[in-house]
Ligand binder design. Structure first.
Ligand SMILES: NC(=O)c1ccc[n+]([C@@H]2O[C@H](COP(=O)([O-])OP(=O)(O)OC[C@H]3O[C@@H](n4cnc5c(N)ncnc54)[C@H](OP(=O)(O)O)[C@@H]3O)[C@@H](O)[C@H]2O)c1
Length: 251
């Protein structure tokens, strides 16, 4: 457990009611962070709340649909009223493409759906959190993207998943990397850092779990490693990077 300036570490994780988000909540909660579950599905959120409380973690549940400004604002207002600051914003909430289609056959609707959650939703949460992040002694924003969002890897035939050509998901996550870059430059030299993290192929509800497991997808515990390590790092000098468990990734 680490406390800087003897203050509690306040951590908001979007989409923490299941999958990687719940694992981040367990890892950081067990390390002493106060966890705010930003939940889309409040039934699953209640179950996650109980599971974390049973583990002895200090945890709050807040309805936070990242496509809905009002619920995002309410979540920030709750954190402001209770703590007055936010140290870690883990932008974990995300969706996969509604269908796997060739780019030339993909509808605007499918592209817009992915961008509405993955890009606009993530940006909405960051923008709303900025005053709370500024109010903290130190703060880290960790944007969950994917190695599928690396343009370099996508065009590298030696990269195992370079044949995947899933325009809505990949483009929306590449756009989240652009958010990381933009905010990292704006806030360089301040108390707030911004980084993107790739968990790697992980068997969760986001994907066809059984098919992914058959293809060797890792466990949520392994998938949560990179962002957990970044969140728990005692220093806050990594800014504007794209990271995975093995190190840096090319954008
Ligand atoms: N699993 C992988 O292989 C993999 C690889 C690379 C990157 N990632 C990224 O890692 C993150 C977590 O994925 P996961 O695999 O843990 O998927 P998951 O199990 O489907 O979890 C995603 C979470 O985000 C929530 N969510 C969806 N729309 C939301 C919204 N509008 N507002 C708030 N929350 C919302 C989901 O809620 P509902 O389930 O109720 O919709 C769910 O709790 C995602 O950003 C994903 O793109 C995953």
């Amino acid at each position: 457990m680490f406390f800087l300036a003897d203050k509690q570490i306040i951590t908001l994780i979007t989409g923490a009611e299941r999958g990687l988000g719940l694992q981040y909540a367990k890892n950081l909660g067990k390390a002493g962070h106060v966890i705010i579950i930003g939940a889309y599905d409040m039934t699953a959120g209640q179950a996650a709340l109980k599971e974390l409380q049973d583990d002895g973690i200090t945890v709050l549940l807040s309805h936070c649909d990242i496509t809905d400004q009002a619920t995002v604002d309410e979540t920030m207002a709750t954190i402001k009223a209770k703590y007055g600051y936010l140290n870690i914003l883990l932008n974990n909430a995300g969706i996969s493409s509604p269908a796997f289609e060739k780019p030339s056959e993909t509808s605007d609707e499918h592209i817009e759906k992915c961008f509405a959650t993955n890009f606009y939703g993530t940006n909405r949460v960051i923008r709303a959190a900025v005053p709370l992040l500024k109010a903290a002694d130190w703060a880290k924003v960790i944007n969950m993207t994917s190695d599928l969002s690396s343009l370099t890897r996508a065009m590298d035939p030696k990269y195992g998943y370079s044949k995947i050509n899933d325009l809505p998901y990949q483009a929306s996550k590449t756009a989240v990397n652009a958010l990381t870059m933009g905010y990292a430059k704006e806030f360089a030299g301040t108390n707030i850092t911004f980084n993107s993290v790739n968990p790697g192929m992980t068997a969760t509800d986001l994907v066809n779990k059984k098919q992914f497991e058959a293809n060797g997808a890792q466990s949520v515990e392994a998938g949560a490693k990179a962002a957990t390590e970044l969140a728990l790092a005692k220093n806050n000098d990594v800014n504007g990077q794209f990271l995975e468990a093995a190190g840096k990734i090319a954008w």
